[in-house]
Design a protein around this ligand. Structure first.
Ligand code: ADP
Length: 165
């Protein structure tokens, strides 16, 4: 089976990596699809995010990384994915994710959405919280892969860190 895992990954966290590892064991093929949406003003470019994900998943077989814009269902179609993978951290994720899953099902009837529950130890992690901690000099080494920690420290120690959102 081939799973498409779409997201912003700005940046990748240990929660994302945990999900990719478990999906790769379950499905064999996992395509991590990085959403290219310049209007969201990401902290990292698509190229940087792709490099971070490639470096952090190089120990896994069957994982590839691409960028996409537009609809996830079209991306899944183009890459012949059997399912869309999404993660659930808490009930607060559920309502939004269910709406997206129903929308996608209405657009592509045979494409299933599969949710994996986050591991409890990663359930507090989000890309925005990690950026917030890094901005104020907090320890992030237990939250993100080493490559991402390096990039975050460089970004927020630079002369022009990205503005607060
Ligand atoms: P979005 O796609 O909404 O911009 P992200 O790029 O952060 O958000 O997340 C992509 C997917 O990864 C979503 O399904 C999200 O629920 C899931 N995810 C985010 N953080 C974690 C985590 N800590 N553990 C497991 N899954 C997560």
């Amino acid at each position: 089976m081939r799973a498409l895992y779409p997201g912003s990954f700005d940046p990748l966290t240990n929660g994302h990596v945990d999900l990719i590892e478990r999906a790769s064991a379950l499905f064999g093929d996992v395509i991590v699809a990085v959403l290219c949406n310049p209007s969201k003003r990401p902290a990292f470019s698509v190229e940087e995010r792709i490099a971070q994900i490639q470096a952090s998943t190089s120990h896994l077989k069957g994982v590839s990384v691409i960028s996409f814009d537009g609809l996830s269902v079209n991306c899944a179609n183009t890459h012949q994915a059997d399912l869309i993978l999404r993660g659930l951290r808490a009930m607060s994720d559920f309502e939004y994710e269910l709406q997206i899953a129903h929308t996608n099902r209405s657009l592509a009837e045979t494409l299933e959405t599969v949710f994996l529950a986050t591991s409890a130890r990663h359930s507090f992690l989000s890309s925005s919280v990690v950026k917030e901690v890094a901005r104020f000099g907090g320890a992030i080494d237990h939250m993100v892969p080493a490559e991402v920690a390096k990039d975050l420290n460089r970004l927020f120690n630079s002369a022009f860190p990205p503005p607060l959102k």
